[in-house]
Write a protein that binds this ligand. Structure first.
Ligand code: UN1
Length: 487
C-alpha cells in the first residue's frame, strides 16, 4: 500500500468560455478527491479567478444581442439538442456525480434524467404566451405587455444537485433570451462540465453559455460585483446568500436566492403509517440528508408515536449505507471533511442539549465520510437541532397531541421551504395547505423532490425573489414592458 495519491486519470478540467475550452488565466488548478475514498483523486479543475469571470462576462455580453434576437422556438432547439446530448452520456454523468460528491447512484441517475427533462420543458416554453393584450380605455386601441430578456445573468450553484440546479437555472435563462455565466460548485465540477460538453455538442452559439469552476469567494464574488451582469441566481447557504444579495443590489442587479430549510413532517394518527415511515426515511436520509428540502423534524401524534418510531427504526435497519456506486445503497457519504465535521459536532451538541440518539450518530467507515441515518428524540423545541439546518442524515422525533399544536410547532422556525402532512383527513389536509408556512406543501408525500413544470421555492428565510422552475421562472429571467399601439 502506498499513500501517494493516484494520478488523475483525465486531463485537467477546463473552463468553457466563448465557445472554447480554456484553462484559468492564472493556469492554477485544484484537486478534488472522492468523499467515499478521500485518498483517491477525482480530477483536477481550473481554479478560476477574477480574470476568468471578467472574460466569461465579456463573452456573454458579446453574444447577447444575437441570441436575444432569435425566435424562442429556435433557441428551444438548442435546449432540446443539449437534452439529447445529456441523455446520451447519462450513465457517465451519474457515475461522475456519485464519485465526486457521493450521491448514491440510484439518485444520481434520477437527477441526471431530471436535467434533460428540465431542458425539454424549458424548450416547450417557446410555445407559451410571452405577453397579454388589453384595450386602451379611451380608444379601444391595443395596449399589451411583452416579456423581454434581462441580459447577462450569472448563476451560482451548489454541489448537492450538481446537474439539476445548474440546468434549472440556465434552461429558463436561455430560452427567454439571456446569456449566461454559470459558476459550478467547487466540490462538484466534473458533473457540471458535462453541461458544457452537451451544449458544445448542440452547437450553441459561442458565448451564450459560459461555465467556470473555482471558489465562490473569488469567481462568484467577481460575478456578483460585475456591473454588466444584470441578474444573479444563487442557491446555497443563508449567510452567503445574504452577502450575495447585499453586494449585487448595489449595482442594481435583480437577485434570486434559494437558501436553507428546516422542513417538518407531521404524522396524524389517521395516517397510513407505512407510507409515512417510507417518506420519513427518504426525506431525511436519501442523499445523506444533503438537500435543502430534507426532513429535519418529524412530529408524530401521541397514539401512533411508538408504532411510527418502531417502523422508522426498522426501516433504517433494512436500508443500506455505504459506497454510493453500489446501486442498492440509499445513504452515501457526506461531501467533504469539513461538512462531515460540522455534522458530527451538531450531533454532539444535540446530545449535550439533552437529546437521545435512537440510532446512528457515529462515523460508519474509517475512510469515507459516512454517517448512518441518525434519529434523535427528546430534543427541546428551541434547541439547536430543532431550529438550525444541519446538512446531513440527522432528524428528530417529537410527540404531539393536537393538529393545532403540530402546525404551530412546525411553523416555529425562521425557514419556510418544504413541509409534509400525513393524514387521511381531507379537513386536516385543507387546513394544512392554508396554514403551513412553507413554499412547498406536501400531503402524503415526502418533503424533498421537485417537479419540473411547477414553481420551486421557499418563503420566510428560505428564499428571496421570484421562485424557480416551471412557468414561474419567467418572472426572474425576463423584464415586463408595456406597449401602447395607436393606429
Ligand atoms: C429536491 O428536493 O429534489 O439545494 C430539490 C437543494 C434544493 C433543491 C432540492 N434547492 O437541496
Amino acid at each position: 500500500m502506498s499513500d501517494v495519491l493516484d494520478a488523475p486519470t483525465r486531463p485537467a478540467g477546463l473552463n468553457y468560455v466563448g465557445g472554447a475550452w480554456v484553462p484559468s488565466a492564472s493556469g492554477d488548478t485544484y484537486t478534488r478527491t472522492s468523499p467515499m475514498r478521500p485518498s483517491e483523486v477525482v480530477g483536477e479543475f481550473s481554479a478560476s479567478g477574477e480574470a476568468d469571470a471578467e472574460a466569461a462576462v465579456a463573452a456573454a455580453a458579446a453574444a447577447y444581442a444575437g441570441w436575444a434576437a432569435l425566435p424562442l422556438a429556435v433557441r428551444g432547439r438548442y435546449l432540446n439538442a443539449a437534452a439529447a446530448a445529456l441523455e446520451a452520456r447519462g450513465e457517465e454523468i451519474a457515475r461522475d456525480m456519485s464519485i465526486e460528491m457521493g450521491k448514491p447512484l440510484r439518485e444520481a441517475r434520477g437527477e441526471t434524467a431530471r436535467a434533460s427533462q428540465i431542458l425539454r420543458y424549458a424548450a416547450s416554453e417557446a410555445y407559451r404566451p410571452v405577453g397579454e393584450h388589453f384595450e386602451q380605455s379611451a380608444t379601444g386601441a391595443q395596449v399589451s405587455t411583452r416579456r423581454r430578456p434581462v441580459g447577462v445573468v450569472a448563476l451560482i450553484t451548489p454541489w448537492n444537485f450538481p446537474i439539476a440546479i445548474p440546468i434549472w437555472k440556465l434552461a429558463p435563462a436561455l430560452i427567454y433570451g439571456n446569456t449566461v455565466v454559470l459558476k459550478l460548485a467547487y466540490e462538484a465540477p466534473q458533473t457540471g462540465l458535462h453541461i458544457a460538453a452537451a451544449f458544445a455538442e448542440a452547437e450553441l452559439p459561442a458565448g451564450v453559455l459560459n461555465i467556470l469552476t473555482g471558489r465562490g469567494s473569488t469567481v462568484g464574488a467577481a460575478l456578483v460585483r460585475d456591473p454588466r451582469v444584470r441578474a444573479i441566481s444563487f442557491t446555497g447557504s443563508v449567510a452567503t446568500g445574504h452577502g450575495v444579495r447585499d453586494e449585487a443590489t448595489k449595482t442594481g442587479k435583480r437577485v434570486q436566492l434559494e437558501l436553507g430549510g428546516h422542513n417538518p413532517m407531521i404524522v396524524l394518527a389517521d395516517a397510513d403509517l407505512d407510507r409515512a415511515v417510507e417518506a420519513a426515511y427518504a426525506g431525511a436520509f436519501w442523499s445523506a440528508g444533503q438537500k435543502c428540502t430534507a426532513t429535519r423534524r418529524i412530529y408524530v401524534q401521541a397514539p401512533v408515536y411508538d408504532a411510527f418510531r418502531t417502523g422508522l427504526l426498522a426501516r433504517i435497519e433494512r436500508g443500506r449505507v455505504g459506497d454510493p456506486l453500489d446501486p442498492e445503497v440509499e445513504v452515501g457519504p457526506i461531501v467533504n471533511e469539513s461538512q462531515f465535521d460540522e455534522i458530527v459536532e451538531a450531533i454532539e451538541r444535540g446530545k449535550r442539549d439533552g437529546g437521545t440518539v435512537l440510532t446512528g450518530g457515529e462515523r460508519a467507515d474509517p475512510d469515507g465520510y459516512l454517517i448512518p441515518p441518525t434519529v434523535f428524540e427528546g430534543v427541546a423545541d428551541d434547541a439547536f437541532l430543532s431550529c438550525e439546518e444541519v446538512f446531513g442524515p440527522v432528524t428528530s422525533l417529537y410527540r404531539f397531541e393536537t393538529l393545532d399544536e403540530a402546525i404551530e410547532r412546525a411553523n416555529a422556525v425562521e425557514f419556510g421551504l418544504s413541509t409534509a402532512l400525513f393524514t387521511s383527513s381531507l379537513v386536516a389536509a385543507t387546513r394544512f395547505q392554508k396554514e403551513a408556512q412553507a413554499g412547498l406543501i406536501h400531503v402524503n408525500s415526502q418533503t424533498a423532490g421537485a417537479e419540473v413544470h411547477v414553481p420551486f421555492g421557499g418563503i420566510k428565510s428560505s428564499g428571496f425573489g421570484p421562485h424557480e422552475q416551471g412557468h414561474a421562472a419567467i418572472e426572474f429571467y425576463t423584464e415586463l414592458v408595456t406597449v401602447y399601439i395607436d393606429p
